[in-house]
Design a protein around this ligand. Structure first.
Ligand code: PAF
Length: 252
C-alpha cells in the first residue's frame, strides 16, 4: 500500500500509475471499524484499484470537544487497510486541503437543514465541502458511503448529480455488532454501562411503535433524544448515550 501525504504527488500518480482501470474510493476520518472495512471490501471487489482517505475534517465538527475527543488510531487504521489489500492511503493535512481557509464551501438548502442539522449546524456544509474536494482529487469511478449515515449519503449523491461529477456514489448496508448496535467510530467512547444499553436504540427504532412513542421509550431508558423522525420510507434517529452521539436509521 502506498501511503501518500502530499496532494501534488497524488495528482501526478493519478495521471500515471492509476490512470487505466477502474478506481474505487472510500473517504474516511479514520478510527476504522468493520463498517469502514465493508466499504473497502466492496471497492476492492468492484475495482482495479482502491484508494482510501483518512482526514479528520474539522469543518464538519460544530462542537470543538467532539473534534478533540474523536478517536485517532492512525497506525492501527493503516495496518487494517494494508491487510485488506488497499492500493493507496491518502492522508493529507488541513493546510493542503483547505488552502482557501474554507472560504469556498458547498451549501445545500433543503435536506441538510433537517434531522442532524438542528443540533449540528454547519455539519453538512463541512461534509459536502470536504467530499467535493476529495472526489475532485481522487477522480474515482465509484465512491462508497455507509447507509448508517443515510442523510449524508443522500446529500453526497445529490451533490454529485447537481455538479455533474464523474463519480458514482454507491450506498453500502449498515454493519452491526451481534447485538444490533451499528458500528461507529464513536462507539469506543461509550462507557461500559452505556454500551450495554446502546442496542436498545436500534431495537426501538425498528419496532412497530410510532416515532413519538419511540422517543418516550428512549428517554425512559436514559438516552437524551435529539430526534426520531420519518422522512419518506425511512425512520431516522439520533440520541446521546452519556456524551456520545449515536445515529441510526431503518426502512419503515
Ligand atoms: O462519514 C465520514 O466519515 C465523513 O463524514 C466523511 C464522508 C469521510 C467526510 O469527512
Amino acid at each position: 500500500m502506498k501511503c501518500i501525504y502530499d496532494l501534488d504527488q497524488w495528482r501526478e500518480l493519478r495521471q500515471t500509475d492509476y490512470n487505466s482501470g477502474s478506481l474505487g474510493f472510500v473517504p474516511t476520518m479514520g478510527a476504522l471499524h468493520k463498517g469502514h472495512l465493508s466499504l473497502v471490501q466492496s471497492s476492492i471487489k468492484d475495482n482495479d484499484f482502491t484508494v482510501v482517505s483518512i482526514f479528520l475534517n474539522p469543518t464538519q465538527f460544530n462542537n470543538p470537544e467532539d473534534y478533540r475527543t474523536y478517536p485517532r488510531t492512525f497506525e492501527a487504521d493503516k495496518a487494517l487497510l494494508e491487510n485488506e489489500g488497499v492500493d493507496v492511503l491518502l492522508n493529507p493535512n488541513y493546510d493542503q486541503l483547505y488552502s482557501d481557509e474554507y472560504k469556498y464551501n458547498i451549501l445545500e438548502s433543503e435536506l441538510s437543514k433537517q434531522l442532524c442539522s438542528s443540533s449540528r449546524p454547519g455539519h453538512f456544509d463541512g461534509v459536502l465541502t470536504v467530499v467535493m474536494k476529495l472526489l475532485n482529487l481522487v477522480q474515482a469511478r465509484y465512491a462508497y458511503f455507509g447507509e448508517k449515515d443515510y442523510q449524508q449519503y443522500l446529500l453526497v449523491k445529490g451533490m454529485a448529480q447537481a455538479f455533474f461529477l464523474n463519480t458514482e456514489i454507491v450506498p453500502c448496508p449498515t454493519v452491526r455488532e451481534p447485538d444490533g448496535l451499528a458500528y461507529s467510530s464513536r462507539n469506543r467512547r461509550l462507557s461500559p454501562k452505556d454500551r450495554l444499553k446502546a442496542p436498545l436504540f436500534y431495537s426501538l427504532l425498528k419496532s412497530e411503535l410510532d416515532p413519538k412513542r419511540i422517543a418516550v421509550e428512549l428517554k425512559t431508558a436514559g438516552f437524551k433524544v435529539d430526534y426520531v423522525e420519518e422522512i419518506g420510507h425511512r425512520r431516522y434517529g439520533a440520541v446521546y448515550a452519556g456524551d456520545v452521539r449515536l445515529i441510526d436509521n431503518v426502512i419503515c
